[in-house]
Design a protein around this ligand. Structure first.
Ligand code: MG
Length: 384
């Protein structure tokens, strides 16, 4: 029996890759529901290709247009509740949450409560509400399967590790360094949107591409790692690896390091998350080592790119501060995309919003959502 998978965020870059992985492994993976924000043409095309019987659309204003494009036996679920409906379908085994931003949080929690394993591609779920989500997953006895390439790499390195967390000395996240890895600090003020959208190794959506350029993406991943692997921020490090072949590493107390390597294609981590705990032969090609000219590793420029330090502070303080870090960054990236703040304005906005926040416990989702809303409001005023 193939594993039955619900795809939340099917029309985005991760969602499209997940469709490709499923298409290559029809015996192993069956997509049973699709959900998207508003790209109805793409969503209808995917619905036909996968022959799903359930489709969810967040933007209700496009419901009639989508309805007319779907087969008559497809049930259309609408709005935020629509996402929850498909995330909790009785027959689903696993829900892939690949919705950018915070809209994936409620459907993810609903799926956890319904006993589904969650393949997590949305960083925000763990950065904002890591405490709530990991506690709920433990209580429901479900597994959180990381799809982000770095965390998937660490998950692979730790799969089969019999010893406890005290045998791990460090998790080492690799970062490409982004397009401004060699840009002088003084020139960052003049960075344009077009330059920031040119990622050297990965093809991704806009928000995450800007986050890669500022290193906020790596900062979010540090906090994500803390929750996924239940480890202190002092044991999470970042190393710049421009070729993006080593996706992350685990250093053990005996000094040995395990690394996971593959080409820069998100289909690798998606496939592992969806076929876990097994490995299957899909359509992915292995590395031809002699063709790799070299693999380099460098220290990150933490002084010129404050995102890593801000993330470490947010993750170490904990409580609502990581949610504030995430929310202020989302607003600042949006402001940069719309030309109202400069590139360094992104981290200045986040730093200022964090310093103005009174951190509270994050064990209740309501408090987290309030902190998120406060940070968005505060950051929006800073950027206007
Ligand atoms: Mg990543």
């Amino acid at each position: 029996m193939p594993k039955k998978v619900v795809l939340l965020g099917s029309t985005g870059s991760i969602g499209c890759s997940a469709c490709k992985v499923a298409e290559d492994l029809p015996e192993e993976i069956e997509i049973i529901a699709l959900a998207a924000h508003g790209s109805i043409d793409k969503l209808a095309e995917q619905a036909h290709a996968t022959r799903v019987k359930h489709v969810a659309l967040y933007d209700t204003s496009k419901a009639d247009a989508l309805r007319s494009m779907l087969a008559s036996d497809v049930t259309l679920h609408l709005g935020p509740q629509g996402l929850i409906d498909v995330a909790t379908l009785t027959q689903a085994d696993c829900v892939l949450v690949a919705i950018v931003g915070t809209a994936g949080l409620q459907p993810a929690l609903a799926a956890i409560h319904a006993g589904k394993n969650i393949a997590v591609a949305s960083k925000e779920i763990l950065v904002m509400a890591g405490e709530v989500v990991t506690n709920e997953a433990r209580r429901a006895g479900v597994t959180l399967l990381p799809v982000d390439s770095e965390h998937n790499a660490i998950f692979q390195c730790l799969d089969g590790h019999q010893g406890g967390a005290d045998e791990i000395s460090r998790l080492i996240l690799t970062a490409s360094g982004g397009p401004f890895r060699n840009t002088a600090a003084a020139d960052l003020e003049q960075v344009t949107l077009a330059q920031a959208l040119k990622h050297p190794t990965w093809e991704m959506g806009r928000k995450i591409t800007i986050d890669s350029a500022t290193l906020f993406n790596k900062g979010l991943e540090m906090i994500e790692a803390k929750w996924l692997f239940d480890i202190g921020m002092d044991k999470i490090d970042v190393v710049v690896h421009p070729q993006s072949i080593v996706h992350s590493m685990v250093e053990f107390i005996d000094g040995s390091v395990l690394a996971q390597m593959s080409h820069t294609d998100m289909c690798f981590p998606i496939q592992y998350a969806l076929t876990w705990p097994q490995r299957k032969k899909g359509g992915l090609r292995p590395i031809d080592f002699p063709s790799l000219a070299r693999l380099e590793f460098l220290a990150p420029r933490s002084g010129d790119f404050p995102a890593l330090g801000l993330a470490r502070a947010a993750g170490t303080t904990g409580g609502t501060l990581p949610a504030v870090f995430n929310a202020a960054n989302e607003i600042a990236v949006d402001a940069f995309i719309h030309g109202t703040i400069s590139f360094p304005g992104i981290w200045k906005t986040v730093e200022y919003t964090m310093s103005a926040h009174h951190t509270q416990s994050a064990s209740e989702l309501g408090t987290v959502l309030e902190a998120d809303a406060w940070a968005r409001d505060f950051a929006r005023k800073l950027c206007s």
